[in-house]
Design a protein around this ligand. Structure first.
Ligand code: PHE
Length: 493
């Protein structure tokens, strides 16, 4: 990982001469940036990349969806990440206090604190289901280690998965275990240990993904998988698909809810926000694309459905591990690493709530962690039951106009609803507000000073956060609600 960070070219041209590094201080700066990159990558790379990206790509028909997702990462994700880190570093506080403080500094309303609030709630809601899914990954560790999948065919693997999710008590057991792990770290406020974990485990995860890609090449359906991922078929792209690609760009980069803002608040003053943001976004995208390159060949080689939904990786990867040499070993290792990746993300999901709660209620970190843990645990039950007891309890919400029918939610369980609400609405809304604040309201001298990038880069960044990112978010929102179709019909285009 140090390589990818240091290989990004120095672009900063206004390093003040007084700050010119001697050897020692240069090394210190570099290592601080690394620490941030590690923590932020730990937050970004998680279930979103390996579990969610493949399954929503499959639900949305592949290539065209992936293209929109990549476009969103580049044009909205990276600039908003820079904005969010910047606000965090300038505010140096929990998201609510940071937003209030910055608003005061630039002479704007304290109501900006609401942005921090929404983030605290979004993180909380996401963690409630994230923990349940991470629990599935945990459950797969003993399955793998005991050779459950050895020689099983697709139907057999399917049965193992359905069996798991149909037992609420088993899911609760794993949900509890994962949440306990998360809260343990959060309560102790240990960042050092995590950084070590990310330093060693992330490269290992990369290595395992590469091994799996070789397996995928061997399935005979690799080309089909590549074509599925990278050949856009726009007839498959729906308005909901576009919304979910954008929502996922926020989700996968941990943006729009204050996680990256809190991490930014620990960032030393002179580290390059731009380089760090690029590095994180790049690694995150690589992991997601690698996951896609592994899953889809397995899907096609075994005549499975790409649109299998949230169980997709749990129904495909075991087939690969069940067939390859040392599959039980690699499989066990893989799911352990997936749990670790989820762990470093879940900590950042709840950190905004913890820092905010400690300050607001004037209580210790440990107390706040227990408090938050209980609430998240209870909310997680909604997701647990979505896959068994209450799986039939669904809502469908459509807006039908004379210009067409717009499906907002279709047969959505509580889990689907939570996911939709947080990824597709709350995170983009939070990101929109961050972009507007950083681009329009924050004094330019502050943002220029914080970002410390070349003139041209700054102009590009400002253009993206002022116009492109807000416009894209708004248009995608309106599009999903049918407003764009409405206007087009009225104008006859
Ligand atoms: N980015 C994480 C993932 O892809 C999830 C996450 C979202 C973490 C928002 C923090 C904040 O798994």
């Amino acid at each position: 990982m140090p390589d990818s960070a240091s290989s990004i070219k120095e672009s900063s041209s206004h390093q003040s001469p007084t700050n010119q590094p001697e050897n020692t201080s240069a090394r210190e700066q570099w290592s601080s940036r690394m620490v941030f990159i590690l923590a932020a990558t730990g937050s970004a790379v998680g279930l979103g990349n390996i579990w969610k990206f493949p399954y929503i790509t499959g639900e949305n028909g592949g290539g065209a969806f992936v293209l929109v997702y990549l476009l969103c990462i580049a044009s909205i994700g990276v600039p908003i990440m820079m904005a969010e880190v910047m606000l965090g570093r300038r505010g140096r506080n929990d998201p609510v206090t940071t937003m209030k403080k910055l608003a005061r500094e630039s002479g704007h309303s304290r109501a900006w604190g609401l942005l921090g609030w929404m983030g605290v709630i979004a993180g909380f809601l996401i963690l409630s289901y994230y923990s349940v899914i991470a629990g599935w990954a945990m459950a797969y560790v003993p399955f793998m280690a005991s050779g459950t999948f050895n020689g099983l065919d697709a139907a057999g693997v399917n049965t193992v998965f359905s069996d798991l999710v149909s037992h609420p008590e088993t899911l609760i057991f794993w949900h509890t275990s994962f949440l306990f792990l998360t809260m343990l770290v959060v309560a102790r406020g240990v960042r050092g240990g995590l950084e070590k974990a990310v330093t060693y485990l992330m490269p290992l995860l990369f290595a395992l993904l590469i091994i799996l890609i070789f397996y995928a090449i061997d399935t005979g359906a690799f080309q089909k998988g590549v074509a599925y991922l990278f050949t856009p078929d726009f007839s498959k792209l729906t308005t909901e698909g576009i919304l979910s690609a954008m929502g996922h760009a926020f989700f996968t980069l941990s943006l729009g809810m204050g996680a990256i803002m809190v991490y930014g608040s620990y960032l030393p003053a002179k580290t390059s926000i731009a380089k760090a943001s690029f590095a994180v976004a790049f690694m995150d995208t690589m992991v997601a694309l690698m996951a896609g390159l592994i899953i889809f060949p397995i899907v096609f080689a075994n005549s499975l459905e790409p649109s299998a939904g949230p169980g997709l990786i749990f129904k495909t990867l075991p087939l690969a591990f069940g067939q390859m040499d040392y599959g039980a070993l690699f499989g066990t290792l893989f799911f352990i690493l997936l749990v670790f990746a989820a762990w470093t993300s879940s900590i950042s999901l709840i950190e905004p709530a913890i820092t905010w709660g400690m300050k607001t209620f004037q209580i210790s970190r440990v107390k706040m962690a227990v408090f938050a843990g209980i609430f998240v645990w209870l909310s997680g039950l909604l997701t647990v039951f979505s896959f068994n007891l209450t799986s039939d309890l669904t809502i469908t919400s459509t807006i039908s106009t004379q210009y067409g029918e717009f499906v907002i939610l279709k047969n959505a369980t509580a889990f689907d609803f939570l996911d939709y609400l947080t990824s597709n609405i709350m995170l983009p809304l939070g990101g929109l507000m961050i972009a507007i604040y950083a681009g329009w309201l924050m004094k330019k001298e502050y943002s220029r000073d914080e970002l410390d990038i070349s003139r041209a880069m700054y102009a590009l960044w400002l253009f993206l956060v002022r116009f492109i990112a807000p416009l894209m978010v708004v248009v995608v929102f309106l599009n999903a609600m049918g407003v764009v179709a409405f206007i087009r019909t009225i104008m006859g285009v």
